[in-house]
Design a protein around this ligand. Structure first.
Ligand SMILES: [Zn+2]
Length: 695
C-alpha cells in the first residue's frame, strides 16, 4: 500500500443507447480502464463508473420504428454494450443507467439548487412540429430546400451544398423525415439555465483549477468565456423519453441535463451496495479525511458539456468539482475517418470475432499520449507493432527460457545479471508517472526499452547452448533462465494495466498472481515454474482482412436506426462550412505546385516566444544535420512540450524571413478555417521519414 492512498473516482462518457460500441468508442474505454487498473495496482482506491445514456428523441423514435417500448430497447442495448466491454476486458466497478431511480433523485436535487439560486428561466421557443407523428422535430429530422441556394433535400440546420446555416423554420418546403408530413411551426415553452451569472466562477475554474489541459483552457477562454454566456436550453416538451421535471409538468429534462448526473447516480448505486453513500465522494468535505478526486475521461466533441455546463451545475449544487477532465481526440483508421464503405467502421463485436482484444489494448496504449490529438489505427502498423513488441519482445522472453526451469524451478538466490533487474526497477517511478499522466505511449516506450535489454541478455548468454553442456553449464543455465524470467515478469507487472490477461497468465506461469506495482522491484526466487503455454498470438493479416470484410456494408448487419435517408454511404456527413467560408484559390498548374517544396520534418525543439501572442519557435529536422528554425503561429493550440518528436510538414524552400524575434527559415503547414476555431498540424502516416517530399 502507498503511504497516502488516494481516493479516485473515474468515469468514461456514457455511451448512447442508440448504437453499438465501435473501435472509436473503445479509445476512451480502454484508456480509462488502463488508468483505473494502474491506480488499483498502485494500491489506491480507484472506482471506475459508467452507465448507458438512455434518454432523448432518438431513442423514442427508434423504439417506435421498431414497434417496442423504449425500456425494452435500452435493455437490449445495455446487454450488447456490457458484452462488448467485457470482451475488451474493460472492467467497471459499476455500470448503471441514466434511466434509474437514483438518477431521477439526483437530477431533482440539482434542479432544486438551480431553481433556488434563481438560475432557471422560461421562454417560448419556435420549433417545427410533426402533426402526424405528434412530436417536435430535432433539426436532423427535417429536410427541405435551402433558403439560400435553393438546392433541394438539405438538413434542417445547414445546407451541404452552399454551407448556409439557418433555422429549420426557414427551410423551403420542409418535410418531416419521420412521417413525410409537412411540419408546422409551433411555439412551446422551454426552461433554460442561465450561465452568465456563473461566468466569473467558470473563468476562474477554467484557468486555475488545474482540471483542464492548458490548450483546452485557452480555447474556452478565447471562444466562450469573456463574452456573455448564452442560456442553456434544458427542457423538452412532451412527448419525450426522459424524466418529467417535477415542478414543470409536461416538460422533460433534456438528455444532456440528466446524462452527466448519471455519474453521480452510478456512484450512488455503487456506494449503496457497499453500505456507503455517494456523498462520501461528491459532497465537499465529504466526512472523509482524504478528499476524493474525480476524473472524467471524454472525447473532445463533448468538451463544452463537461467544461462549462457540468461544472456550473456542480457549483450551483455545492458538489465536488472535477479534479481532471481528461480529453482525448478521435480515432482515424488508416489515416482517415472511419468509413463503412471502406470497411473501417469496425464494431467491437466484429473485431472480437477475429482478433485478440489484448492486441488493440496494447496498440491504443502505445498511441495514447494523454492529449487531445487524434490517434490513428493504421492496420499494417497495428499488426507490425503488436507482433514486434508484445510477441517478439515480451512474450518471447518467457517462451525462450521458461521451459529450462520446468524441472528445477527458479534459482534459490537471484543471480548476477549485470544490473539489468535493478535498472528496470529504477525505471518504475518514471513509468508510473507516465501512466498517471495518461501518457501511456511514453510508458510503453520505457517498458519496451527494458525488454530490448533483456532480449540482448538472452542473446548474449545463449541458454540453448548451455542446455547442451555438462553439469556446470546446467547451473549456469538455471541462473540465466532465472534472470530472463524475472526480467520478463517485471515487464509484465508494468504492462498489467494494459494487458490484464497476460498478467494473469504470467502469474500462473511463475511467481503467483500479480497484485501490486511493488512486485516490479523484487525478483522472485526458489519457486516452481509451471509448464509453458503460449501467451500471445501474432496478429495475422488474414484476420485483419476478415474484420474489414465483415465491416463492409454488404456483409454486415449494421443496425439501421432512424437515421434520416442520406442516399448512400458515399454522402459526406462533414459540414460544408469550412470550404464555403474560404472558397478555392484560382486554378494552378503542376509546375506552379512543384515550385513549392513540401517536406516531412521532425520537431526537435519547441519553445514559446514570450513577446508574441501566437508564435512558437520550432527547431525542425529534415534528416541528417539539416535543421531549420521556424516561427509558427500555433501558440495556444499546441503545448510546446507535446510537439517535440512529432512529424509535421514544412515548406522547405520558402525564402528566409527576418522577424522581430529571429530568422524564420521556412514554414510549418497547418489547417485552419476562416471564422472556424483551431489550428491543426498535419502528420504523415507512420512510416514517413524526415526529408521525404510531398507530391
Ligand atoms: Zn444552400
Amino acid at each position: 500500500m502507498p503511504d497516502h492512498p488516494r481516493r479516485i473516482l473515474v468515469t468514461s462518457a456514457l455511451p448512447y443507447a442508440n448504437g453499438q460500441i465501435h473501435l472509436g468508442h473503445l479509445v476512451e474505454y480502454i484508456q480509462t480502464d488502463i488508468f483505473v487498473r494502474f491506480q488499483k495496482l498502485r494500491g489506491h482506491q480507484a472506482v471506475y463508473l459508467c452507465a448507458d445514456d438512455t434518454h432523448g428523441t432518438a431513442i423514442m423514435i427508434r423504439a417506435r420504428a421498431e414497434g417496442r417500448s423504449e425500456r425494452d430497447l435500452i435493455a437490449a442495448m445495455r446487454a450488447d454494450h456490457l458484452a462488448d466491454f467485457a470482451g475488451f476486458q474493460v472492467e467497471f466497478d459499476h455500470y448503471g443507467s441514466t434511466d434509474s431511480e437514483a438518477n431521477r433523485q439526483r437530477c431533482g436535487e440539482i434542479w432544486g439548487s438551480l431553481r433556488q439560486k434563481g438560475l432557471v428561466v422560461s421562454r417560448d421557443v419556435k420549433q417545427l412540429f410533426d402533426p402526424k407523428a405528434g412530436v417536435f422535430l430535432a433539426d436532423r429530422f427535417v429536410r427541405g430546400t435551402c433558403p439560400r441556394c435553393k438546392v433541394a433535400d438539405q438538413y434542417g440546420d445547414a445546407c451541404e451544398k452552399c454551407g448556409a446555416t439557418y433555422s429549420p423554420a426557414d427551410l423551403i418546403d420542409p418535410v418531416s423525415t419521420l412521417s413525410g408530413a409537412t411540419p408546422e411551426v409551433r411555439s412551446a415553452e422551454h426552461l433554460f439555465v442561465q450561465l452568465e451569472p456563473m461566468q466569473e466562477f467558470l473563468r476562474e475554474w477554467t484557468r486555475n483549477s488545474g482540471a483542464l489541459d492548458p490548450r483546452i483552457a485557452n480555447y474556452l477562454t478565447g471562444h466562450f468565456l469573456g463574452e456573455p454566456l448564452r442560456d442553456w436550453d434544458v427542457s423538452r416538451p412532451a412527448p419525450y423519453f426522459g424524466f418529467e421535471i417535477p415542478d414543470a409538468p409536461g416538460h422533460y429534462w433534456y438528455v444532456w441535463f440528466d446524462a452527466p448526473v448519471g455519474y453521480i447516480a452510478a456512484t450512488d448505486e455503487w456506494s449503496a451496495a457497499r453500505g456507503g453513500s455517494w456523498k462520501d465522494w461528491w459532497h465537499r468535505g465529504g466526512g472523509n479525511a482524504t478528499a476524493a478526486e474525480i476524473h472524467h475521461f471524454i472525447g473532445k466533441d463533448i468538451t463544452y458539456f463537461h467544461t462549462l455546463f457540468w461544472p456550473a451545475m456542480l457549483e450551483a449544487a455545492g458538489l465536488v468539482l472535477p479534479t481532471k477532465v481528461r480529453i482525448h481526440g478521435f480515432l482515424t483508421v488508416n489515416g482517415e475517418k472511419m468509413s463503412k464503405s471502406r470497411g473501417t467502421f469496425v464494431l467491437a463485436r466484429t473485431y472480437l470475432d477475429h482478433l485478440d482484444p489484448a492486441a488493440l489494448r496494447y496498440y491504443y496504449a502505445s498511441k495514447l499520449a494523454g492529449d487531445i490529438d487524434d490517434i490513428d489505427l493504421n492496420l499494417d502498423d497495428f499488426a507490425a507493432k503488436v507482433n514486434s513488441d508484445v510477441v517478439g519482445k515480451v512474450v518471447n522472453l518467457a517462451s525462450r527460457t521458461a521451459r529450462w526451469l520446468e524441472a528445477t524451478g527458479l534459482a534459490e538466490a537471484y543471480p548476477e545479471d549485470g544490473g539489468l533487474f535493478a535498472q528496470a526497477a529504477s525505471d518504475g517511478a518514471e513509468i508510473a508517472a507516465a501512466y498517471d499522466d495518461c501518457d501511456f505511449a511514453r510508458a510503453m516506450r520505457i517498458v519496451m526499452a527494458a525488454a530490448d535489454r533483456a532480449n540482448a541478455y538472452v542473446d548474449a548468454e545463449q541458454p540453448w547452448k548451455l542446455a547442451k553442456g555438462g553439469p556446470e553449464a546446467a547451473i549456469k543455465l538455471r541462473d540465466v533462465a532465472t534472470v530472463a524470467l524475472n526480467l520478463y515478469r517485471q515487464i509484465v507487472v508494468y504492462l498489467a494495466p494494459v494487458l490484464p490477461v497476460l498478467a494473469a497468465e504470467t502469474g500462473a506461469l511463475v511467481g503467483g498472481p500479480i497484485r501490486s506495482w511493488d512486485e516490479s522491484g523484487r525478483p522472485v526466487v526458489g519457486m516452481p515454474v509451471a509448464p509453458f503455454k503460449p501467451l500471445a498470438k501474432r496478429v495475422e493479416s488474414a484476420h485483419i482482412e476478415a474484420v474489414v470484410a465483415a465491416s463492409q456494408p454488404t456483409n454486415s448487419a449494421l443496425p439501421t436506426t432512424s437515421t434520416p435517408p442520406t442516399g448512400a454511404n458515399t454522402v459526406s456527413t462533414d459540414s460544408a462550412e469550412p470550404l464555403a467560408a474560404e472558397p478555392l484559390a484560382p486554378q494552378c498548374t503542376i509546375d506552379d505546385f512543384t515550385k513549392v517544396d513540401l517536406r516531412v520534418a521532425r520537431i526537435l525543439a519547441a519553445e514559446e516566444v514570450p513577446e508574441a501572442k501566437k508564435l512558437l519557435k520550432l527547431t525542425v529536422s529534415l534528416g541528417g544535420d539539416q535543421q531549420r528554425t521556424v516561427f509558427a503561429g500555433i501558440k495556444g493550440f499546441h503545448d510546446p512540450a507535446a510537439l517535440v518528436g512529432r512529424l509535421v510538414v514544412v515548406v522547405a524552400n520558402l525564402a528566409p524571413r527576418q522577424m522581430k524575434f529571429g530568422l524564420s527559415e521556412g514554414m510549418v503547414v497547418a489547417a485552419s478555417g476562416a471564422g472556424a476555431t483551431g489550428v491543426y498540424l498535419l502528420s504523415p502516416d507512420s512510416g514517413a521519414l524526415p526529408g521525404m517530399r510531398l507530391r
